[in-house]
Ligand binder design. Structure first.
Ligand code: ATP
Length: 592
């Protein structure tokens, strides 16, 4: 398959901002792709080579790409650098310089250099580059990369370079790709549920694509848990009163402390223990102490368990807040010191797999029983302590205890017969109940920065405010909900342009829906925690536009940054439009 076919699709996708058109272009591409290649094409459109949890990236640094462009075009590195500084995009730089160098050639040269680069070749060279390390690896990578660019047409080289440097940014979310798969191979959008479930179980777009293409839609129903392959985590809905929560759960629920740390999914076998973050990255090497503690923590050969990893005070053993445990996610050479400086405990709350059996379809109480049977508690591995109750006052009392013990509040879980583990879903089977004394909103929100406004006066030279958005799951886009200018300390404020530099683009991102014109636009990437006074209707924001009132969206009054950068969340894990609408409705109920 010619790489130019993929590049054609990229070009078309870039030319539109309409989701439906993007999906249709993807459908066409998927249909034209041979079945044995569909997995690779799926990864490439997401700008990766493998699912995220494998942690293998092409990872070409800009300097290396400049070297390779220079070699392929015969143009000096300084000149490549100069054009890059001017255009601000290495892909465009390569396209321009390669076009110029072709124009200088004779017809015969031109005829001899007709380009037809295959997808297989692009992928295999990327793969070799990704897996090359150690002495001499830089030289080898430059050689491989420049030979690839030499074989590519200028237009194809543009996308090859963007992919290799991690700047493809087509704006296709995983969910849009799943839609396209459902249409291309499942008979229509109705098949999306089945496709999405398989994706939730495997977290692997390539595998899902290949399976549906080769074996058909029904084969996706067989997806179970495989050790070493993370499953997408089940999430909580939120409600603001104990009474409302118990009503929603059918009168009774099981309350657990909501620990304020990093979620970890641990895959345990005698041969290997792997830890995955909430975003499904492999984080095993950052928590060698957790791995060690887990070695003796389960009574079965193989298991997948989930819990919250919380930092503890080195002297008192008390639980410390989220910001502390995130410091454990540092650079490789610091890990040893960090392990000593910041001890952690893993508090387990669920079990998804044990000895060859997928347990996610069992109700909560059954899974809980298994968890208690299997796990041996220790200083570093603990279990949550559920309180099953039908009384709101019990929940409020337990909430006080949780706060006093350094937790964020409670997660109250359904104990009904249908209380299965819903991978990748946010549903009322788990309801979080948080107390935030500082805020009138019952909970913090996690929003994505999609743009910024130039600072004036004291803020000249940095941003005056950020444009924040929530995630619309249905449309797979980000919708604006407030401007955020408070809550930043001076140092963070000064660093904002630097922090967002890697994400800066000169137009609104195709997945951003905004009526407001920002001075700067970003690729949706960074998630921040925000407190607010309340939600109001607003004609200028697009979050929930038209849902509650015609021509009005939702906005947050007095939004304030809490200082928490939610690096453990992907932009798609931000507070959703649906949640915002529910929050607004529950606010109305309280007033009435
Ligand atoms: P928040 O923003 O409120 O910290 P979140 O957005 O990360 O939460 P939610 O679905 O809103 O995710 O809340 C669930 C998170 O709470 C889980 O992902 C997990 O990390 C954490 N957690 C802590 N204690 C528990 C528990 N006992 N049971 C389930 N999740 C828990």
């Amino acid at each position: 398959m010619d790489y130019s076919l993929i590049a054609d699709t990229y070009e078309r996708i870039e030319s539109t901002t309409k989701r439906l058109e993007m999906t249709n272009y993807l459908v066409e591409l998927i249909k034209q792709t041979p079945k044995e290649l569909i997995g690779k094409v799926a990864y490439l459109t997401q700008g990766v080579l493998y699912p995220d949890f494998m942690g293998i990236e092409v990872g070409v640094a800009e300097r290396l790409a400049i070297d390779a462009i220079s070699k392929a075009s015969g143009i000096k590195k300084d000149e490549v650098d100069r054009v890059w500084k001017f255009l601000g995009d290495l892909g465009l730089t390569a396209e321009k310089l390669l076009t110029e160098s072709i124009q200088k050639r004779s017809y015969i040269d031109d005829f001899l250099s007709q380009k037809s680069l295959k997808v297989e070749k692009v992928y295999s060279i990327f793969d070799r580059m990704a897996k090359t390390s150690g002495k001499g690896s830089i030289e080898l990578k430059v050689k491989l990369f420049s030979s690839l660019i030499t074989e590519a047409s200028p237009r194809d080289a543009k996308y090859i370079i963007r992919t290799a440097t991690g700047n493809l940014r087509l704006g296709i979310g995983d969910m849009t790709f799943l839609d396209a798969l459902a249409i291309a191979y499942g008979g229509g959008k109705d098949a999306r549920d089945i496709v999405e479930k398989a994706y939730n179980m495997s977290s692997d777009l390539g595998l899902v694509s290949e399976t549906i293409a080769r074996e058909g839609l029904q084969s996706l129903k067989k997806f179970g848990i495989t050790l070493g392959r993370p499953i997408r985590p089940m999430l909580c809905e939120r409600l603001t009163s104990a009474k409302e929560i118990l009503e929603k759960l059918g009168g009774e629920g099981s309350a657990e402390y909501k620990y304020d740390g990093l979620r970890i999914q641990a895959h345990i076998s005698p041969a290997e223990i792997s830890l995955f973050s909430r975003r499904l990255e492999k984080i095993t090497s950052q928590f060698p102490d957790v791995v060690e503690a887990l070695k003796n923590a389960v009574r079965v050969r193989e298991a997948v368990v989930e819990g919250e990893c919380v930092a503890t005070d080195i002297y008192t053993g008390e639980l410390l807040p989220f910001q502390v445990v995130t410091q454990r996610r540092g650079r490789k050479y610091e890990i040893k010191e960090k392990v000593e400086e910041i001890p952690v405990v893993l508090v387990l709350f669920d079990i998804l797999f044990a000895d060859g059996m997928t347990l996610i379809d069992l109700p909560y109480t059954e899974r809980r029983k298994r968890l208690e049977q299997i796990v041996l508690e220790s200083e570093r591995i603990r279990l949550t302590h559920p309180l099953v109750t039908n009384k709101p006052e019990d929940l409020d009392r337990y909430m006080d205890e949780a706060i006093a013990d350094g937790c964020e509040g409670l997660v109250i879980k359904s104990i009904a017969a249908n209380s299965v583990y819903q991978a990748g879903a946010r549903d009322f089977l788990w309801i979080k109940y948080k107390r935030d004394y500082k805020s009138e909103l019952a909970d913090t929100l996690d929003l994505v920065a999609v743009g910024a406004f130039a600072g004036r006066g004291r803020r000249a030279g940095t941003y005056g405010a950020l444009l924040m958005a929530s995630y619309d799951e249905e449309a797979d886009v980000f919708k604006t909900v407030c401007k955020l200018g408070t809550g930043f300390d001076d140092e963070t404020l000064a660093r904002l342009p630097k922090i967002f530099e890697p994400y800066l683009i000169d137009h609104p991102h195709p997945r951003v829906d905004s009526k407001i014109k920002a001075d700067y636009w970003f690729v949706p990437a960074k998630v921040q925690e925000i407190l607010g006074a309340e939600l109001t209707l607003s004609p200028s924001h697009t979050c929930g536009l038209g849902i509650i009132k015609k021509d009005a969206g939702l906005a947050i009054r007095f939004p304030r940054f809490t200082g928490k950068w939610r690096g453990d969340k992907a932009p798609e894990d931000a507070t959703t439009v649906k949640e915002m609408v529910e929050l607004y409705q529950s606010q109305l109920k309280k007033i009435n």
